[in-house]
Design a protein around this ligand. Structure first.
Ligand code: FES
Length: 190
């Protein structure tokens, strides 16, 4: 099945950001009906405002293995498209939507939701956060679905949804909108 990306702007062109976000969300909802679902995130008490989120499913992709992961050492991967950068990491503490026997393995996109700043290489294992963003210092809490811990961003970091099959770890979807992309939805193959 063909996939269509809608790259909207570079990290240096923010003149139409509000309009872009409105269109992106509208397109996301209108075009992703078959692939986007409202799901419950009841993993953490006290997160009523985050209890629902948009989830887009994609063809599953193997991104690592349980036996190879080391606590606090992130592994980079691209998903759902070759230019979308993410990390897979075993936090060492339970996390929202975490997988594995300790529920501590999660994956997140590495583009800041504020203005697309690169979060590559900013994981802090002692605090289980990604950041601070080099542009305006936002930091994201990876134990709580990528919620903003501090800084300018208002949207959580997109969380990559994971599944385990045997020792293999698969990316199967994205929860939230990746910065710079609009309706990047497609129906996951069975
Ligand atoms: S782009 Fe990351 S905080 Fe502004």
């Amino acid at each position: 099945m063909s996939q269509k990306t809608i790259p909207v702007q570079s990290a240096h062109d923010h003149s139409h950001e509000g309009e872009r976000m409105c269109m992106s969300r509208r397109q996301f909802l209108l075009t992703g009906g078959a692939a986007v679902a409202v799901i419950s995130l009841g993993s953490f008490p006290g997160m009523a405002e985050a209890a629902q989120a948009l989830k887009a499913e994609y063809p599953r992709q193997k991104i690592g293995s349980l036996s190879a992961l080391k606590t606090g050492v992130p592994v980079e991967f691209n998903f759902p498209y070759p230019d979308v950068r993410n990390i897979l990491v075993k936090l060492g503490v339970p996390a929202g939507a975490g997988i594995g026997s300790d529920k501590d393995i999660v994956a997140f996109n590495q583009q800041c939701t504020h203005m697309g700043g690169p979060l590559d290489g900013t994981y802090k294992p002692q605090h289980q956060v990604l950041g601070p963003c080099p542009l305006h210092l936002t930091t994201f809490d990876l134990t709580r679905h990528g919620m903003v811990a501090s800084g300018h961003a208002t949207e959580s970091l997109p969380q990559i949804m994971l599944e385990v099959q045997g020792d293999d770890i698969y990316a199967v979807g994205v929860m939230g909108l990746v910065y710079g992309y609009g309706a990047m939805t497609t129906k996951r193959s069975a």
